[in-house]
Design a protein around this ligand. Structure first.
Ligand code: F58
Length: 822
């Protein structure tokens, strides 16, 4: 599919040898796999650079409109394999390496995942960049070069232990430092006003500066020569530029600036669906936003004289509220540096900024205390106040006398700045990430804003890139699909529907299931290596991998395992298909209940995996350090995709799509994108259970429900819960899981008992699990179901999502890039 070959095997071998000499003064015979990885990466980068330069030239020539995707997180995963694949050079590289005595897969394993994100939101940003490049749209990802990304997870004695992620330890070969584009970012101090030419002008004084240094990472389009840029900002002290401060004895300030710079880009906050109101977090936000917006304006001005034209050439997409300071920062630049009036500046800003919401969980909605916000960003805060003042006037004009409404909608209220409201007030587009999520935003979370600005609201159901999660992660299935229907699916996923005809062909079904089996063997090997446990590749691989959060209900899953185990103990001859329950999840370091749930999963695994009396009918595996690279192995090997969030809570989910694409039916609630998955594949090809979002919301609005009734009325559930506090899974400390037990049964003033309706949905879940067991026994219909999941996954490509963003929000034009030459 890709154009001409850009890598020639013999030249590549020579380059690798030469890179080894240049980088390490080593011959191939003495090189370690890590060294070879670096040498290969530099060679591949060499090819990429030519196309990268060419892409930039095309941007200059065409003056195409550019997207700036502003995101605190980009969970890109490994680059080497992806890049080689995008250049369609896998065969050349594989052969070159094997002739040098190495194999590509193990060299790829030498790469550290750049884990600059937590979970869904960060991975979505990475999928979007992949699609933007592949589709040929001009775009920049703008983020932070955290020195420590998402922590690495070790399991010690069943507990999660967080290990710093030193992804930069050996250097990251794909990045390029661009010192020449450094920007100054100012924090603190105070604002002075001077009248100049009859106009007040605002100056921030007494501030501390940080130098923002960009590092560029290539985002390589598949087979089209396009290379967009992911620009991540690192902080350095301005001190070398401020020797004068030392001279003047302003030593204190110089030291403070050093410290500020040292901390800003140090570490990613490891929270998923929970915001942390830490000062450093706000510093990080303003740091990368100020640098990105300054750069975008500088770039625009190189080619355009009239700043009013900015929205014609530039669009900023704010990935959740974390980049929302982009609004006042753009206003600041337009007002203070471009000397525009308020209305003009507001008009430009509100035509450039768009906002995506990723959650309705109230604890994830960002609010900053005024004291902190105004101290750190004094000029920005003034602008926010003015945005708020004018916004309130607008509301008053439309809803005279409705003070309640003003209280509900004000951006600055009750001592806090409400970031989502600022985003909604300023953005020209507000989107949710799945149909149901967008509806809940309109009807509930952002109801007042929907009433005021109905035209701004739109849905963009998430997607994933098939190039990483099928083409790269599941080579066997990819080859098979390509053999059956050609390779267009790589850039046009709905092509997969052409696989539907093969479900009626016994031979094809056999081939499809053989591939699944081989992928299960691959994962079983990984599990053996990492967990030291043998799993039966003929058992059902039932998988839940995602961040650990109460609303995602990993707890319900493990409680169900405990329930099944009780049944087996009572009746060792219980007729069930052997199951391997596979979990993978990181918990935020400070989220105690989530960490305790990990311990519970491991405690249950300990007991069950050791019990030979159940004849291996249940195995429980906790995969340590779930991350993008092992995810690829896991999706390919899954039989069942657990998507069991409390309905209404999971905005979209994206792992559900990755499983579907790899032929695993969904066992899930009618939540997030599960609903759309069922819409595509049909309810008969999924296992749906549990309360609907309406029911959940109804209970929530009426004070919840009484889980005690279930506890008292259902002896099997009661038995499972008692095992949490009678030492069954924790003989050394029977109280260990008391908090989990309490969370399900005891009402505290702050929390409802069983906030996430685990007991309420339990029976329905167990029943759905029985349907899985029954369905799996019918080999033919199970194979059909799996194939139909793959065949109907076309909608869930991030290519489709990006085309919708382009059509409805960004209005970008495609560009064509020729292969770059040296
Ligand atoms: C996730 N949010 C949603 N937030 O939970 C998931 O349903 C959705 O599919 C995905 O976004 C993509 O739209 C999410 O991952 C975070 O991790 C934030 C990180 C920063 C703090 C607040 C949560």
């Amino acid at each position: 599919m890709a154009g001409k070959k850009t890598i020639d095997k013999e030249t590549l071998k020579e380059q690798i040898r030469s890179n080894l000499r240049l980088l390490y003064r080593k011959d191939i015979s003495e090189a370690t796999p890590q060294m070879v990885y670096q040498a290969v990466a530099y060679s591949v980068k060499d090819t990429v650079i030519n196309n990268w330069i060419e892409t930039q030239k095309v941007f200059e020539e065409t003056q195409a409109k550019k997207l700036y995707y502003l995101s605190m997180e980009f969970l890109v995963g490994r680059a080497l394999g992806n890049t080689i694949q995008a250049l369609a050079e896998e065969k050349e590289v594989q052969e070159a390496l094997s002739e040098l005595g190495f194999d590509l897969v193990s060299i790829e394993d030498e790469e550290r995942d750049p884990a600059l994100g937590n979970g869904g939101l960060g991975r979505l940003a990475a999928c979007f960049l992949d699609s933007l490049s592949t589709l040929g749209y001009p775009a920049y990802g703008c983020g932070i070069r955290y020195h420590y990304g998402m922590f690495r997870q070790k399991i010690e004695n069943g507990y999660q232990v967080e290990i710093p992620d030193e992804w930069l330890k050996y250097g990251y070969p794909f990045e390029i430092k661009r010192e020449e584009y450094a920007c100054e970012v100012k924090f603190g101090g105070y604002v002075t006003t001077r009248i100049e030419e009859g106009q007040p002008r605002f100056y921030q004084e007494g501030y501390q500066s940080v130098l923002a240094i960009p590092y560029d990472l290539p985002v390589v389009g598949y087979g089209n020569n396009m290379v967009n840029t992911l620009r991540i900002w690192d902080a350095e002290a301005m001190t070398s530029f401020r020797l004068d401060s030392f001279d003047k004895g302003d030593y204190q300030r110089a030291v403070e600036e050093q410290n500020l710079a040292r901390t800003i880009s140090e570490v990613l906050y490891p929270n998923d669906n929970h915001y942390s109101g830490k000062e450093l977090r706000l510093k990080q936000q303003y740091f990368f936003i100020s640098a990105s917006i300054q750069t975008a304006i500088r770039k625009f001005k190189q080619n355009h004289d009239d700043i009013h034209e900015l929205p014609k050439y530039t669009v900023f997409q704010m990935n959740d509220t974390h980049p929302t300071v982009a609004v006042p920062e753009l206003m600041r630049i337009l007002l203070d540096e471009e000397s525009l009036g308020w209305e003009e500046a507001w008009d430009i800003t509100t035509h450039c900024c768009a906002y995506t919401n990723h959650t309705i969980m109230t604890e994830a909605l960002e609010k900053w205390p005024i004291e902190l916000f105004s101290r750190l960003l004094p000029r920005i805060y003034q602008i926010v106040e003015e945005i708020n003042r004018r916004f309130i006037l607008d509301i008053q004009a439309k809803f005279p006398g409705d003070q309640e409404k003003i209280n509900r909608m004000a951006i600055v209220y009750d001592g806090q700045v409400r970031m989502a409201y600022m985003a909604c007030c300023a953005a020209f587009s507000i989107n949710g990430v799945a149909k149901i999520h967008t509806e809940i935003l309109k009807k509930q979370t952002l109801k007042d804003f929907y009433e005021l600005f109905p035209e701004k609201f739109n849905n963009k159901t998430n997607g994933i890139t098939q190039r990483r999660f099928l083409l790269h992660g599941n080579p066997l299935l990819s080859e098979w699909i390509t053999k059956k229907i050609g390779d267009e699916w790589v850039v046009d996923l709905p092509e997969l529907k052409r696989l539907k005809v093969f479900v009626d062909d016994a031979q094809c079904r056999q081939e499809f299931m053989n591939i699944k089996y081989r992928n299960k063997l691959r994962l079983a090997k990984y599990i053996k290596q990492h967990n030291g446990i043998d799993v039966d590749p003929r058992s059902i691989f039932d998988v839940q991998v995602k961040r650990l959060h109460e609303y995602k209900r990993q707890l319900m899953n493990i409680l169900h395992v405990m329930y099944l185990y009780n049944q087996l103990k009572d009746n060792p001859n219980l007729d069930m298909v052997p199951r391997t329950f596979i979990f993978g999840a990181k918990a935020a370091a400070g989220y105690h209940r989530a960490k305790l749930t990990i311990k519970l999963i491991n405690a249950v695994a300990e007991v069950i995996n050791r019990d030979h009396s159940i004849n291996g009918k249940i195995r429980v595996i906790f995969i340590e350090d779930y991350c993008v690279s092992n995810a690829e192995l896991i999706f390919a090997a899954a039989d069942v995709s657990e998507q069991i969030s409390t309905a209404s809570k999971e905005a979209s989910g994206t792992s559900n799509m990755k499983f579907m694409l790899n032929g695993a039916p969904t066992l899930g609630t009618m939540d997030g994108a599960n609903i759309e998955i069922v819409g595509e594949v049909g309810e008969e090809n999924a296992f749906i259970f549990g309360m609907s979002a309406e029911e959940v919301i109804h209970y929530e609005n009426h004070g919840g429900y009484n889980p005690m009734e279930i506890f008292n009325g259902d002896q099997e559930i009661r038995r499972v819960l008692m095992q949490l506090i009678n030492g069954f899974y924790s003989p050394d400390d029977p109280e260990r899981f008391r908090d989990i037990y309490n969370s399900l049964l005891n009402t505290k003033s702050s929390d409802r008992a069983d906030t996430y309706f685990i007991l309420k949905d339990f029976r329905s879940y167990a029943e759905a699990q029985r349907r899985v067991d029954a369905a799996y026994r019918d080999e033919e219909s199970w194979a059909r179901m799996c194939m139909l999941n793959t065949a109907n996954a076309g909608k869930f490509s991030s290519d489709r999502t990006i085309e919708e963003y382009v059509r409805d929000i960004w209005k970008l034009e495609k560009v064509q890039v020729k292969p770059g030459k040296r």
